[in-house]
Ligand binder design. Sequence first.
Ligand SMILES: C[S@@+](CC[C@H](N)C(=O)[O-])C[C@H]1O[C@@H](n2cnc3c(N)ncnc32)[C@H](O)[C@@H]1O
Length: 244
Amino acid sequence: MVACWQCAQGMVFILSFGFIDKIVGTWVVFEGIPLWLEIPILILLCIFLYIFVIMKLVRRFWQFPAPAFIGRGLNSTHRKRIQPPSMIVKGLRLETGMSVVEIGCGPRTFTIDVARAIAPKGTVYAVDIQEEMLEQLRNNIQKMGIENIVPIMADAGGRIPLDDGLADAAFSVTVLPEIPDRVGALREIHRVLKRGGLYADAEFVIDPDWPLRRTVKKWASAADFQYSHELGHAFRYVLVFQKT
Ligand SMILES: C[S@@+](CC[C@H](N)C(=O)[O-])C[C@H]1O[C@@H](n2cnc3c(N)ncnc32)[C@H](O)[C@@H]1O
């Protein structure tokens, strides 16, 4: 652990001061970019790496829900360009009239697109552990006049207050690793799904909690899910599982 930390620090130090050329004899990081531009880019990259490594370490020992004040950032257009809600709609093969459970809905980022995809008769049950996040969701759905979203305050790591086999599909985006008992939460999702129902988990590398695909597959398999298909790539993926 200490060695990893020191390696990361060493790497950041080397990159920050542009010593990479002394090591490999040439500017390999951003070939073709002038030095005056390369140095600020490297410094920014290093600041990002520093924050990322520190956050990763903190999150490893201290798990807590993402604070509600980041709601605005979660819902930004830039983020939606990188992690488009259409990936969930496509991955879950959503159709009008379906019942969908979202775990850790946050302010609305994916909830509204999913609600539109299953409207007018389908319903999204939007579950979150934080009242402040649900408050943002309620404000957003009220402003947009959307009627097929039911906000539910619950801890997905405990019991979701929904009947067995109620949902045609379920999903979570950058939520699972925040839940200390991930397999327990996946078992709850499994319970509320109909037989044959799909569950999608989406993750993105920029999240300090980002897990490898094989880790999510291991959690899902421990909760009796069967791997179905996936979208995206290793750093920004949607993994889809089925309740068989
Ligand atoms: C990083 S945010 C992601 C929000 C939204 N899915 C998105 O991608 O924009 C994680 C969300 O999961 C919620 N969350 C964390 N732990 C939870 C739990 N045990 N049960 C339900 N929701 C949880 C947090 O309150 C937060 O809204």
